[in-house]
Design a protein around this ligand. Sequence first.
Ligand SMILES: [Zn+2]
Length: 358
Amino acid sequence: MRAISIKVGTPGASLVEVPEPQRRKGEVLLRTLYTGICGTDRGLVGNQLSFARPPPGSTSLIIGHEALARVEDVDPGIKLRKGSLVVPMVRRPGKCLNCLIGRQDNCSDGDFVEAGIRGLDGFMRDYFTDDPTYLVRVEDESLGMLAVLTEPLKNIVKAYDVYDLVSRRAITNCRDGSRSCLTVTIAGAGPIGMLFAMMFNSVGMDVKIFSRHDPDGTLSEMASKIGAEYFVREDRSKPIPPSDVFVETSGSPNVAMDGIRALRPNGVAILFGTAPSGSEPVSGQDVIDIVERNITVIGTVDGAKEHYIRALSYLSSWKDSYPGVLKSMITAIVPPEEAPPILAEKPRGEIKSVIKWE
Ligand SMILES: [Zn+2]
């Protein structure tokens, strides 16, 4: 069967032939239907991620962590049946207390593995076997390919939960009890930025989203369908509007600091993007402003099984409330044979590319 793998430590990805997996008792055999391509995959293929790690005893790693799969074979007595659609979880627990309660997204010692990223083969292959504990059932089968967005969206569901928790330290609701008087500004208009825009719009907040360019107006149009306002910010000369929440998805340190500087009192910055380069000095005045205005800076990664489950219900709801938007985020569907060059270099105009396996 086909698989897309990398040699850890060397740039490039190849489509290779590997043996079909043998299901052991208690495991589920799965047919991969779709896998999404994200920045982490490109970081792995470009040999830019220091945490990339093959499974023990191997030098190569099958990549892919955003997937939709179909159950092919399963033991009786498990809730899944042949034909069920599932989204596999990425991160698998180590031995710390957070991991032991299913919150490996909050792992406290780094002793976890991640499918397709570190220490465990991923889902860019025709078939794989898995422990049913790490499979999230897709109840709404009408989602089809859109369910491949569950994995990126679960990060945003968790980030929103963390924001919700810290926002309760002061009154941040409006006079009507809602959050409709609050403004959130999102840096980066890729799939993560757009999903954050839907998340905050769905709770009634005023959403602004920006990126460095939008040559054909696609991002502006997509934002307006979400009920968000898009603007181009080519460089730092354009100010970031005053906001109650700032979300950084690009990983740029100067964008992160500019966004923090634009926060109103009791504001919250959610840092989600990461990038290995760049720097931005933090001045004494920055520290004073963060202290005096009760600013909270949140770093957040991954999500738990409950966030995958809720991501699926958001996708079902947004499919109807933002008609056509989720579908228009998937800008290319390619067979595995055409995936390696797309994994090496992001095509122009891409929002999300997806590999179709069946
Ligand atoms: Zn842990």
